[in-house]
Design a protein around this ligand. Structure first.
Ligand code: TXA
Ligand code: MG
Length: 324
């Protein structure tokens, strides 16, 4: 990998570019790939060499395991054991923003380093022709965390990836802005049923409607937790405060719903109509824009239901004190 030249950025909709990306991945390289949730930084999940490079490029602690991306339920089941309930959910939602954590199979080729040594593995079939096209070409699962430096704001455009990772990635595939804009919902498949480890793009209410069961949430003290759910994450450099209805003069305001601000504030609308899907799609890009203005950031209250759960989760982590 070069230290100087910026990474090439190529359209993801072109087979020639996917062939080129697959060749890079096959040699242990790193490719940023658009998905419906956020851009992922893909590497061959079976190659310890590639996964070591991935952790280094992100500056990610090695105790934090990666999601193995797949292109079919069949491939997922070659990597992990999933209960009938988890499989039924996967069948209705995949390809889509759902990640399932199951027991890692002994005959799975995913390397220890990608799992941070755990005996479980997270799997997801994304709604992304680019990512699934690469997996099919390689005929291997791809590990793909969000394509940003660890702890910073997740990328929803190719430009965000370039800004965050610079030349640390061998190629960036550009598929335009991500449709959903928030990471997948993570569920652990446990003997006690499905447990939500991370709120995300698939709403808890939707999962409950599909399974007919109340969804359990992992609390911080639970034995099973997503190791990556650090308190401070998605963090802008500027201070950020939440649930603000009256921003102080000079603060950059992230508004939700009707807002009659005055000129003392720069205002970025998450959604002027109060639409949570619109706010989710804009959240990370607006946090970056607000951060670039260099002023303290204030965010309007976001209702807690539906996608609001994941939006509030990301905002709480963005506002948390950085002690790492
Ligand atoms: O939408 C998404 O999920 C995006 C796109 C690129 O697919 N990926 C993503 O990956 O958000 P990442 O690495 O930024 O977040 C994955 C989370 C981390 O918090 C990690 O700790 C958790 O999943 N995780 C991975 N494997 C796990 C496991 N075996 N058990 C519990 N948590 C796990
Ligand atoms: Mg991430």
């Amino acid at each position: 990998m070069s230290d100087k030249a910026p990474s090439p950025v190529l359209p993801s909709h072109d087979d020639v570019n996917l062939d080129r990306a697959a060749a890079i991945l096959g040699e242990g390289g790193l490719v940023a790939v658009p998905t419906e949730t956020v851009y992922g930084l893909a590497a061959d999940a079976t190659s310890p060499h590639a996964i070591a490079a991935l952790y280094a490029a992100k500056g990610r602690p090695r105790f934090n395991p990666l999601i193995a991306h797949v292109d079919s339920l069949e491939r997922a089941l070659s990597l992990v054991d999933l209960s009938p309930a988890a499989q039924a959910l996967a069948k209705t939602v995949w390809p889509g923003p759902l990640t399932l954590v199951g027991r890692h199979r002994d005959d799975s080729p995913v390397c220890d380093l990608a799992r941070a040594g755990l005996d479980t593995l997270a799997v997801r079939w994304p709604d992304s022709p680019a990512m699934t096209g690469l997996i099919s070409r390689l005929n291997r699962p791809l590990a793909a965390p969000s394509a940003n430096r660890s702890g910073s704001i997740s990328p929803t455009t190719a430009q965000h990836v370039a800004d965050s990772l610079g030349s640390r990635v061998n190629l960036i595939l550009d598929g335009g802005p991500c449709r959903v804009g928030l990471e997948s919902t993570i569920l652990a498949d446990t003997p006690d049923g499905l447990v939500m480890l991370r709120a995300g793009a698939l709403e808890a209410e939707h999962i409950e409607a599909l399974t007919g069961k109340a969804l359990k949430r992992a609390d911080a003290s639970a034995a099973i937790a997503a190791p990556g759910m650090l308190k401070s994450h998605y963090a802008p450099d500027c201070p950020l405060r939440l649930n603000v209805t009256e921003p102080a003069p000079g603060e950059t305001y992230l508004a939700f719903g009707q807002w009659r601000g005055d000129s003392a504030n720069a205002v970025l609308d998450l959604s002027s109509t109060g639409d949570l899907a619109e706010a989710a799609a804009r959240l990370f890009a607006h946090l970056r824009k607000a951060d670039a203005l260099g002023k303290p950031i204030a965010v309007a209250p976001i209702p807690p239901e539906g996608l609001g759960e994941a939006i509030n989760d990301r905002l709480a982590r963005a506002a948390a004190p950085k002690d790492n």
